[in-house]
Design a protein around this ligand. Structure first.
Ligand SMILES: NC(=O)C1=CN([C@@H]2O[C@H](COP(=O)(O)OP(=O)(O)OC[C@H]3O[C@@H](n4cnc5c(N)ncnc54)[C@H](OP(=O)(O)O)[C@@H]3O)[C@@H](O)[C@H]2O)C=CC1
Ligand SMILES: CC(=O)N[C@@H](CCC(=O)OP(=O)(O)O)C(=O)O
Length: 346
């Protein structure tokens, strides 16, 4: 059995990791951490785990955590992750980091959008963990920077078009909407029920959201040229789910049927990407609780634009599910192991 630690197990992505790992036949969760709830049984915090997880949360003391596990999931805020990851790696452990700290090829980009990077040496060797893009590199990685939730939905939505040169990359716009669990479990006034319920708002408008450089990094690598995009996130009064509606100008005349065929072929071997038949539009309700990314395609023939709609569960394919998928690849387990959950509906 592979011994794994979940660091930051009292957060939303942490508890989602525990939910998924419970069903994984090759894994034993041997250490779970929280600072605010250290020494409390995790099932007290999350009654969903009652009778299945007897463990008690412990403080994040990196050397002790490393002594208990072979693979460590760091489900911490950015900065907190890069404060502990170097110790894990030095002690020979492998890490899947769910924060943004190890997602960038260039420390200067991270520093422009986040803050000074504390671990540029390990950033150089980390692998951006989107399996559909670089499965082979993930397999050999000691450190995986698990992608952000919005970036996962946008990159998967655009990859076949970009790789085939079917869109003008300077015309990409993504309107992306997230449920409130995307903001984490920490108490914030903006996420109170009355602030969020019965409303729907854009935020980070005007090219300022920190997922922009991550999306641009990956789209640029796919297209082989520098890409800038317009990206506007929105907050939706639902628990989970991301829906990205992505627009770009087509370089030629292509029917929806042609594009659906292209996407179906491109993602044919991918266990978690479902390309919908023409005329169907994805919904967050149809991927909830699962590791799927559903993609639907339309063409607006009046404007010559393609409209790609992609839906994921931000906590699963957007975070914990993708992290488990990366772990499976790193350890040679079947990629779908522990992730064969169908979406919860209704
Ligand atoms: N929520 C989402 O949909 C997604 C989140 N992510 C990323 O994953 C990471 C975790 O997100 P999420 O689970 O939502 O966050 P939460 O705020 O829900 O949880 C954060 C966790 O980190 C712990 N923590 C916070 N600060 C520290 C610290 N200084 N030292 C040690 N532990 C600390 C908290 O423990 P405690 O408070 O109990 O001490 C808690 O367990 C973040 O980097 C986030 O950006 C990525 C993709 C999607
Ligand atoms: C709804 C909401 O607030 N979403 C978060 C993004 C989610 C996330 O976790 O992003 P990272 O993994 O890159 O930190 C936000 O907009 O900041």
């Amino acid at each position: 059995m592979l011994k794994v630690a979940v660091v930051g197990a009292s957060g939303y992505t942490g508890v989602e990791l525990l939910r998924l790992l419970y069903c994984h036949p090759e894994v034993a969760v041997t250490c779970i951490t929280s600072e605010q709830s250290a020494s409390r049984p995790v099932a007290d915090l999350f009654p969903t785990l009652r009778g299945r997880y007897a463990q008690v949360l412990e403080n994040l003391e990196p050397v002790r955590v490393a002594g208990k596990a072979d693979l460590i999931f760091t489900a911490l805020p950015h900065k907190a992750a890069m404060e502990v990851v170097p110790t894990f790696l030095k002690l020979g452990k492998r890490v899947v980091d769910l924060s943004a700290d190890y997602r960038f090829c260039d420390a200067a980009v991270y520093e422009k959008w986040y803050e000074p990077h504390l671990d540029p040496e390990n950033l150089k060797v980390s692998v951006y963990g989107l399996p559909e893009v670089r499965r082979e590199k993930i397999a050999g990685a000691c450190l995986v920077g698990n992608p952000g939730c919005y970036p996962t939905s946008v990159i998967l939505g655009l990859m076949p078009l970009l790789k085939n040169g079917l869109i003008d990359p300077s015309t990409i716009i993504s309107d992306s909407k997230s449920g409130t669990s995307g903001a984490g479990r920490g108490a914030k006034v903006d996420n109170l029920f009355c602030e969020v319920n019965e409303g729907f708002k854009a935020y980070g408008v005007g090219g300022v959201h920190r997922h922009i450089p991550e999306i641009e990094q990956e789209l640029s690598l796919l297209a082989g040229e520098r890409i800038t995009i317009t990206f506007t996130p929105h907050l939706v009064p639902m628990d989970r789910g991301i829906l990205s509606t992505i627009y770009a100008r087509l370089t030629g005349n292509h029917s929806v049927a042609e594009l659906v065929e292209l996407y179906a072929g491109f993602y044919g071997g991918e266990p978690f990407v479902r390309v919908l038949p023409a005329g169907n539009v994805p919904s967050t309700a149809h991927v909830r609780g699962s590791n799927f990314c559903d993609i639907g395609l339309s063409v607006d023939s009046r404007t010559g634009r393609v409209i790609v709609v992609s839906a994921i569960d931000n906590l699963v394919k957007g975070a914990a599910g993708q992290a488990v998928q990366n772990m499976n690849i790193m350890y040679g387990f079947p990629e779908t192991m522990g992730l064969e959950l169908l979406p919860v509906f209704p």
